[in-house]
Ligand binder design. Structure first.
Ligand SMILES: [Zn+2]
Length: 297
């Protein structure tokens, strides 16, 4: 996998024919559990996928390959940074970015700055408990938000229902193949008023909303931006119930302060944010180098 990615990047660098020495570094966005300080992908907890992908020193592998400084960052954070610079987060100091796909994560911006937490792990929104007796999560806990509201959880709920003979348009849309049940297919069925699809998406939205109502009380954000495959597939179906629960469960003043919007940035937002973060780091390094030089004047 890595070899193929590296070859793609090498190809892209050749294709844009940058002048020598003008490439200052490469920013890498990766989902899963990331140790940004050490440049490690600690784990990529996705059921049945890449179980051996643990403690991967991706940053140093990338640096060895390209002979350039590299930066490794969580993909939700890079998408959120893109949102802050180029998207809806411009001119907003306090906002949350919620990314939902096979996992669920959040990036927290307080007073205009990305909040990382003491050990750099802030934003693990997918692992807050929303159902004490809920299903086992990849982190070992029970009833984490991710275990009931991620694309993986939604797709699994649909597959189980269909295996039990529940009648649904999803079966036709997936050509009778349970492996072809995707979040896009489920959203399509929900848009055609399929009750199974509608119910599983609504259920996921209510769990998501429970967590968000707490975040709204805790952080009083001005804006919550929704991104990632789940929100791309079913923006309206999710936003309406989430708005309702926040109104119902958050304190009135904080609920009035917050606006909920879907991200306008496409799939390249993660790469855009990673490049931006790398550029900032490279400029800081250049600045520090210049500042350390003895003053000859
Ligand atoms: Zn968990």
């Amino acid at each position: 996998v890595l070899r193929r990615v590296f070859e793609c990047v090498q190809g892209a660098i050749r294709a844009v024919a940058l002048p020598k020495n003008s490439l200052l570094g490469i920013g890498v966005a990766h989902s899963g559990v990331i140790d940004t300080a050490k440049g490690l992908v600690l784990s990529y907890p996705r059921p049945g996928q890449m179980a051996e992908w643990k403690n991967v020193p991706l940053q140093s592998l990338c640096e060895q390959e390209f002979k350039l400084p590299c930066l490794l960052e969580d993909s939700v954070r890079t998408r959120a940074v893109a949102e802050q610079i180029y998207g809806l987060g411009r001119n907003v100091d306090d906002f949350l970015y919620i990314g939902a796909g096979m996992g669920i994560g959040a990036a927290i911006f307080l007073a205009g700055k990305l909040y990382r937490g003491g050990g750099g792990k802030a934003g693990e929104f997918g692992h807050i408990t929303v159902d004490e007796d809920g299903p086992l999560c990849s982190c070992g806990n029970n009833g984490c938000l991710e275990s009931v509201a991620s694309c993986a959880a939604i797709m699994q709920a649909v597959r189980v229902a269909m295996e039990h003979g529940v009648d649904s348009k999803i079966r036709d849309l997936a050509h009778g193949d349970l492996n072809q049940v995707s979040i896009e297919v489920i959203a399509l069925a929900a848009a055609e008023n399929d009750s199974l699809a509608f119910r599983v998406l609504r259920e996921a939205a209510s769990y998501m909303a429970l967590g968000l109502a707490d975040l709204v009380n805790l952080l009083n954000p001005r804006l919550i931006i929704f991104g990632g495959p789940l929100f791309l597939a079913a923006p309206q179906l999710l936003a309406d119930p989430i708005r309702g629960v926040i109104r119902q469960r958050s304190l009135e003043k904080s609920a009035n302060d917050v606006e909920l919007l879907a991200s306008p940035l496409g799939e390249e937002a993660g790469a855009l944010g990673a490049a931006r973060m790398m550029a900032e780091q490279a400029l800081e390094t250049l600045y520090l180098k210049a500042a350390r030089k003895p003053n000859k004047g």
